[in-house]
Design a protein around this ligand. Structure first.
Ligand SMILES: Nc1ncnc2c1ncn2[C@@H]1O[C@H](COP(=O)(O)OP(=O)(O)OP(=O)(O)O)[C@@H](O)[C@H]1O
Ligand SMILES: [Mg+2]
Length: 254
């Protein structure tokens, strides 16, 4: 059991598309200011679960959901919880870096500008602070007005993290953020994520078990839409409680 306060929680969460249930009765508590990894074979529902936390599935054809999703105790699906507010609290970074076709600075200031911040000094400060937190500042401080596409893949991914951070989220959802990166860029990204977890709650979907072992404080193993096992990463990797978890961790399927 975890003693840290819960950042995210699901209760009897069931979700799917059309007539197919993709997640079944998920009860999961994700503590604050830690990294929790979601692992499991392709198609087991990791992304669908991740996307329930900021309602990114809602616009997908046939999506349905039952049960609760709580963000710092607040029902994410409560109609009185404005979607923009939820998304600014729960930021997201995807598998493929997706900077906007704009300058580095404008990418980072996008969220605050959309939220109505106009003062250039305030925006410049937010840009610098967010780039520093994403550990990208030193690499880009002399070319803030260059196109974001001039950055390497790893830098673009850290830019996307900076862009998410600029809106002030307490929670960051990362869906296989390093899968398109080489080992050096991956190591840098992992360092950034670990540092960020001191102040932000991070949920990290990964196919890379070594990555989960390196950075995740806790790990949740999903299989066929069910949460099979969740706990401290080191304990789970050393001695999984469930046979399915052990088979997955030892590479017998996946
Ligand atoms: N938009 C959608 N419409 C219909 N079915 C979907 C949709 N998105 C996902 N699914 C189905 O939901 C199931 C879970 O998909 P999901 O993307 O959550 O898995 P995943 O664990 O993230 O897989 P991967 O590791 O390959 O990314 C799969 O069977 C998938 O085909
Ligand atoms: Mg996925």
């Amino acid at each position: 059991m975890t003693t840290a306060p819960a950042a995210l929680r699901t209760r009897s969460l069931l979700a799917g598309f059309g007539s197919t249930a993709v997640l079944q009765a998920i009860d999961l508590t994700i503590p604050e200011r830690q990294i929790t990894a979601f692992i499991g074979p392709s198609g087991c529902g990791k992304s669908t679960l991740l996307r329930c936390f900021n309602r990114m599935n809602d616009h997908l054809a046939g999506f349905f959901r039952n049960g609760e999703v709580l963000v710092h105790g607040r029902d994410a699906y409560d109609p009185s919880f404005p979607l923009e507010e939820l998304r600014s609290q729960v930021g997201m970074v995807f598998q493929k870096p997706n900077p906007f076709p704009q300058s580095i600075a404008r990418n980072v200031s996008f969220g605050p500008r959309m939220a109505g911040v106009r003062d250039p000094a305030v925006l410049a400060e937010l840009v610098e602070a967010s780039l520093r937190r994403a550990q990208l500042w030193d690499e880009v401080k002399d070319r803030l007005h260059a196109s974001a596409f001039e950055l390497s893949g790893g830098q673009q991914q850290r830019l996307c993290i900076a862009r998410a951070l600029a809106s002030g989220p307490q929670i960051l959802l990362l869906d296989e953020p390093a899968s398109a990166l080489d080992p050096i860029a991956t190591a840098k990204l992992e360092e950034t994520i670990l540092e960020l977890s001191r102040e932000v709650t991070i949920v990290l979907v990964t196919h890379n078990l070594q990555q989960a072992a390196r950075v995740a404080h806790r790990t949740a193993f999903l299989y066929l839409g069910k949460l099979i096992e969740e706990g401290e990463t080191a304990a789970m990797f050393a001695a999984p409680r469930e046979r399915l978890t052990e088979e997955y961790l030892t590479g017998r399927f996946g």
